[in-house]
Ligand binder design. Structure first.
Ligand SMILES: Nc1ncnc2c1ncn2[C@@H]1O[C@H](COP(=O)(O)OP(=O)(O)OP(=O)(O)O)[C@@H](O)[C@H]1O
Ligand SMILES: [Mg+2]
Length: 421
């Protein structure tokens, strides 16, 4: 009987997917460009990927998948519970942690960043408009629920303000409240959603940072534009200080909560950065929204997944919040020094220096390979497939030209960047 070769290892990266086809196909194609990697001990590593299916499972059953990129668990319990079993029982590495997304959503992320001294806008949580309807609650409510004056809370925050669910996502239930009439209507409509009231930030730029492992891209986001136009291709749109802060905050959030594939939305005015939404279990990575930034995002996902499985990075279920809070509580540091100290903890968690050194040693071919891929007929066909499934027939040529042009611009810029190295 043939023995497995101890000098050769195969690592399986699992994709737990919903309706998306574009980035998973791109991920599969780019992972195929990684090729075998021989480490310092002479072991050769091969990478494969598979789209996972949902099945009954024995809680003790071994899991073949070393790392999972998950897009389902936020909404569906069965895959979520499988992921949790795989993490606890089989050391499967997860992007992202379902544990913290389940227990600490947007609201906890607000609180944590407030504790770090960041400029989260003033936010109040108000009780349900329609609380649960059962006998026990009726008693509790009659005995312990304090009456409150919604109009007074809103008046103190000042109009306009935002009312949005404490665990929101996808703009569900978000409204901008201009006056008391809007307030009453929106609260009535909130029904069984638990709502925040939040003061409005007047901003110059909406920065959306996508962080994947130690890699971060801060993008100029325009929420008022249609989907295909929301990300502007603009570099250096922030002041150097705001640029540094936005990139740092995005990674700090991820390291604090164990999220390694997450986007962080920040409103920016001059050097002031106001984080408003940074718990996104399924950050948008569609080619039809990221366009220019899409090849980078896929490369980062491939690089980070490869690094994690080949180096045997240990998944961590526990958090290190206390380390951040200890920095927050120091009075000998100013805000900028605190941010640097948080980032140092985050980069330690994310292995940032080791990661970049490892990529330089083992994945240096990937930049050129991804450049060629983004200019290839294979990519064009992926884009065409996506455009055909996303837009009606009469708009397809226009959108092929739009996205093709933007990815083409990335190819030109990336060629120049690689030539200048
Ligand atoms: N405090 C605020 N000041 C100014 N604008 C805000 C504020 N809060 C929310 N908004 C606006 O409302 C939008 C939706 O809010 P938020 O991102 O918190 O909700 P969401 O449900 O997570 O939406 P999405 O999934 O689109 O990110 C933001 O993109 C922003 O344009
Ligand atoms: Mg948002």
């Amino acid at each position: 009987m043939s023995q497995p070769d101890p000098q050769s290892r195969t690592h399986l990266v699992g994709l737990l997917l919903g309706a998306e086809e574009d980035w998973p196909t791109a991920f599969e194609q780019v992972l195929g460009l990684v090729g075998p990697i021989t480490d310092d001990d002479g072991v050769t590593h091969h990478l494969t990927t598979e789209r996972l299916t949902i099945e009954p499972f024995d809680l003790r059953q071994p899991v073949r998948t070393e790392l999972v990129i998950d897009r389902l668990a936020y909404w569906y319990y069965h895959p979520r519970e499988w992921l949790k079993k795989a993490a606890l029982m089989n050391d499967t590495y997860l992007l992202n942690s379902p544990f913290t997304f389940q227990s600490m959503e947007k609201h906890s992320a607000y609180v944590a960043l407030m504790r770090l001294g960041l400029k989260v806008p003033e936010t109040w949580l108000v009780p349900y408009k329609n609380p649960v309807d059962n006998v026990r609650w009726a008693y509790t409510s009659a005995k312990y629920n304090q009456p409150f004056d919604l109009k007074q809370i809103a008046g103190n925050l000042g109009y306009p303000l935002y009312m949005k669910p404490f665990d929101g996502g996808g703009w569900r239930g978000v409204s901008r409240i201009n006056d008391e009439r809007d307030l009453v209507r929106a609260y009535d409509e909130s029904g069984e959603m638990l709502m925040h009231l939040q003061s409005t930030v007047e901003y110059e730029h909406f920065a959306r940072a996508l962080s994947i492992g130690p890699e971060t891209m801060v993008m100029d986001f325009r929420p008022e534009q249609p989907m295909h136009n929301r990300y502007a291709v603009s570099h250096d749109f922030l002041t150097p200080s705001a640029g540094r802060q936005t990139a740092a905050i995005s990674r700090i959030v991820n390291a604090m909560f164990g999220w390694e594939f997450n986007s962080c939305e920040m409103l920016v005015s001059g050097d002031d950065v106001y984080p408003i939404d940074y718990a996104n279990a399924c950050p948008d990575v569609a080619v039809t929204s990221l366009h220019y930034y899409f090849p980078w995002a896929i490369k980062a996902l491939v690089r980070w997944s490869t690094y994690c499985v080949v180096t045997g990075r240990q998944p961590r279920v526990d958090l290190e919040m206390r380390r951040y809070f200890d920095v927050a509580d120091r009075d000998d540091l100013d805000d900028a020094q605190k941010l640097d100290a948080y980032l140092a903890i985050a980069d330690e968690y994310l292995d940032s220096d080791a990661y970049w050194a490892w990529c330089a040693k083992h994945l240096s071919h990937l930049d050129e390979a991804v450049l060629q891929w983004a200019a290839s007929p294979e990519f064009e066909s992926l884009l065409r497939q996506t455009v055909v499934t996303t837009y009606p027939a009469h708009e397809r040529d226009r959108f092929m030209a739009h996205f093709g042009g933007l990815v083409g611009a990335w190819v030109t810029d990336e060629k120049a960047r690689l030539a200048a190295r």
